[in-house]
Design a protein around this ligand. Structure first.
Ligand SMILES: [Fe+2]
Ligand SMILES: [Fe+2]
Length: 119
């Protein structure tokens, strides 16, 4: 949905982040299977299971701001999960720590974009 003069670089960043998020979903699903569980891929209830909500931005800057909110929610969620796993499941905790580091990079990328736009 990114349009306008700066759209290409922002769309590129969004695409990179979306690919990273897909990777996270795959990694977590794989870990759930390793632990003998069944990942829930059903689209039913996806929005109620999500920690963040979908908000369509009106402008490029709005979209980046909404995305930043979602990244910060993800950061809080992964921090909570890392605390929850503690020393009980170091492998899952390490996976979550790696994902958390990437979410922090995402948030940082978005803050940089907002600064470029003077927002
Ligand atoms: Fe992610
Ligand atoms: Fe992210």
């Amino acid at each position: 949905m990114a349009t306008g003069i700066n759209a290409q670089s922002v769309a590129q960043e969004f695409l990179q982040h979306a690919n990273d998020e897909q990777l996270h979903a795959d990694q977590i699903a794989q870990r759930i299977v390793q632990l003998g569980g069944e990942p829930n891929f059903s689209p039913d209830g996806l929005t109620t299971r999500s920690h963040s909500e979908y908000v369509a931005g009106e402008s490029l800057v709005d979209m980046i701001k909404e995305d930043l909110v979602a990244e910060r929610i993800a950061i809080d969620s992964y921090r909570d999960m890392i605390n929850y796993f503690g020393n009980d499941d170091p492998t899952t905790r390490r996976l979550m720590e790696n994902i958390l580091a990437m979410e922090e990079e995402h948030a940082d990328d978005l803050v940089s974009l907002l600064e470029e736009f003077g927002a």
